[in-house]
Write a protein that binds this ligand. Structure first.
Ligand code: LR7
Ligand code: MN
Length: 593
């Protein structure tokens, strides 16, 4: 998937249209101030980047939730790689706390505020499609636990901003007993005073986990269709109509949007390729390429795609059908497994599951889950055991072959779910594998392995922008590897420049990577910005390996929000680190071709 900053470009027109939805008077300390009309909301840009000037940081308007940066010259803020720049200790705190509690960059999330434009990532043909006028209305259910307020409210406002009112029956927020103070107090005030009455907030008396949490949400819903979202999403243009249409045609159709990627480090919204859901015998969800045959219908790239499984968080389903089909397994706790369980159940019990390429919703993908379960249990294993015993027949042996320690593990009472399967007259797991997921490989004596034809998506190599030396102005030295340039994890230091030495040659490419000697990328540990930068394998997903050259010859590190600096310019050791950008001499660099 395309996860870098420059994977798209968007226009920055937006003429004179005023923002209609910002009529409310903000309550102090809640809504980040939005002093600009909508046209000046952070936009994705490829063009000149407007950088908030360091000297002018007094002009920063903000409060504890959102520090909006205003460029006093232009009077506008634009989304740029430098949006995460740290100006002071408070910014550093917000950033660090964010990574610790939410595993994404909360500083940027707060600065973005509750509304922003996102690039329209749909295939061009989607824009020509029309949808029936009499679509069923939707109840959007968002269950959350300790979510960052700005991310949660951006999810809510993206739905309010991009859904026609007559299709949005209500939004139901289920607070899964969050402990964070602002969620407990300020959110309920915000919902009461700043959001339409159709947005409701319910709170679980104890932590239930996302599975029972969604069931609580669904039980409060009264719309025709349920739409589930994670609490850190942003819906895209015309996202709902393409989901409701197939449900209106056939109430036993369950649909998922294409899940676009919001970077956890930069909050950049970028397009995902159209893929479909699968799983492995460890019962982990995975993405599969779409078999060629699925893409060759008359509708081409815009046609719904049958998917063996769903990722779990983002889908729409007729509400009555959700109830008929047995909602979720209420014996499942906190996180994991429910996505495969509902996928198997849909297919095996007479429904179908589709991915709708013309509906797009962004989701913040983070590298770790920032919370555990209350008792520290492995809920994924518990939940997977339940689903294996209820739905997988003899094929549960494939799971136990990989996880022998779970064979004797107790998984609670599954009588109700086994009865549900009988009552609904569901087909066997063998039928599911043969008909819905024939690509799945089965090991054992009767193994078969059909190989479908997949479209080959060649990985695009980022274009090289410049090749040369990284020259430190104050010391007249060059940045090089301390040890061998191919040594992973090695430090970089300043040394005398040697213009014949290939080991001093860096590549700077369109993904903002700095690659030494065509081998390794300059990288930082995101959560521990106190550690010096290192040479690591290029991972291609931006963030910790993204660097920009800006004002005052600074070299800005995108994911830590700081600038590359020589620790002690007088020392021959030549150590470098990252520090708050201050424009001083130790922070000045030149890329010399
Ligand atoms: O105890 C909890 N209570 C909650 O309310 C734990 C979580 N939650 C909330 C949480 O705040 C969030 O809004 O539940 C939602 C999902 O939790 P995440 O965001 O930690 O999950 P995830 O995105 O890492 O995981 C994916 O798999 C999960 C399996 O249980 C769920 O199905 C998630 O919804 C699902 N997310 C997606 O499908 C988004 C796309 C990811 C991919 C691929
Ligand atoms: Mn999520």
């Amino acid at each position: 998937p395309c996860v870098t900053l420059l994977c798209f470009s968007a226009d920055s027109s937006g003429k004179s249209e005023e923002n209609q939805s910002f009529k409310n008077v903000p309550i102090k300390g809640l809504e980040p101030q939005r002093p600009f009309p909508k046209k000046f909301y952070p936009r994705f840009t490829r063009g000149p980047v407007h950088i908030p000037e360091l000297q002018q940081k007094e002009n920063k308007i903000g409060n504890s939730f959102g520090n909006h940066i205003q460029d006093p010259v232009k009077g506008e803020i634009e989304f740029s790689p430098e949006m995460g720049m740290i100006f002071n200790e408070e910014d550093q705190e917000v950033r660090d706390l964010g990574y610790q509690k939410h595993a994404f960059n909360m500083l940027i999330s707060n600065r973005l505020g509750y509304h922003r434009e996102v690039p329209d990532t749909r295939d061009a043909k989607c824009r020509e499609k029309s949808y029936p006028a009499d679509l069923p209305s939707a109840s959007v259910v968002i269950c959350f636990y300790n979510e960052a307020l700005s991310a949660l409210l951006r999810t809510v406002h993206s739905v309010l901003d991009r859904t026609p009112a007559h299709l949005l029956h209500e939004i139901i927020l289920v607070d899964d007993n969050s402990e964070l103070a602002d969620l407990k107090k300020d959110l309920s005030e915000y919902v009461k005073t700043q959001l339409p009455k159709t947005t409701k907030l319910v709170r679980n008396e104890k932590r239930e986990g996302l599975i029972r949490g969604r069931m609580v949400g669904a039980s409060h819903a009264t719309g025709k269709v349920l739409v589930f979202l994670d609490s850190h999403c942003e819906v895209n243009e015309m996202w709902l109509q393409p989901l409701l249409t197939p449900i209106r045609e056939d109430r036993r159709t369950v649909v998922c949007p294409v899940i676009d990627i919001i970077s956890a480090d930069t909050l950049t919204y970028s397009s995902s390729p159209v893929v479909r859901g699968g799983f492995n015998w460890g019962l982990h969800f995975k993405w599969d390429l779409v078999p060629l045959a699925e893409l060759q219908g008359p509708e081409g790239a815009t046609a719904p795609i049958k998917s063996p499984t769903m990722a779990g968080g983002l889908f729409a389903m007729d509400r009555e059908y959700f109830n008929e089909l047995g909602q979720y397994d209420s014996g499942m706790d906190i996180w994991g497994g429910e996505n495969l369980e509902i996928s198997f159940r849909i297919w095996m019990c007479g429904g179908r599951l589709l991915i709708i390429p013309c509906s797009r919703v962004g989701h913040i993908f983070r590298k770790r889950r920032p919370y555990g379960s209350p008792g520290g249990q492995d809920t994924m294993a518990h939940n997977s055991l339940r689903l294996a015993h209820v739905w997988m027949d003899e094929y549960k042996e494939q799971y136990f072959a990989l996880r022998p320690e779970l064979r004797m593990r107790s998984y609670g009472n599954i009588t109700d779910r086994v009865e549900l399967r009988k009552r609904l007259n569901c087909k066997s797991f063998k039928w599911y594998l043969d008909n819905i997921y024939p690509e799945m490989q089965i090991s054992g004596p009767n193994a078969k392995a059909p190989q479908p034809v997949f479209i080959n998506r060649a990985q695009k190599r980022p274009k090289i922008i410049q090749r040369g030396r990284l020259y430190h102005l104050q010391t007249n030295k060059c940045l090089v590897a301390q040890g061998h340039p191919s040594q992973k994890g090695g430090l970089v230091v300043l040394r005398e420049c040697d213009y014949n030495d290939q080991n001093q040659v860096w590549i700077y490419n369109e993904d903002h990577e700095l690659i030494l000697n065509n081998l390794l990328c300059l990288d930082v540990l995101e959560t521990r910005s106190s550690d010096p930068p290192r040479l690591m394998k290029c991972h291609g997903s931006g963030g910790s390996q993204q660097w920009t050259f800006g004002k005052n010859n600074r070299l800005y590190q995108v994911s830590v929000g700081q600038c590359l600096k020589v620790v002690d310019p007088l020392s021959h050791k030549g150590y470098v680190t990252v520090a708050i950008c201050d424009g001083s001499l130790p922070q000045q660099w030149h890329f010399e071709s």
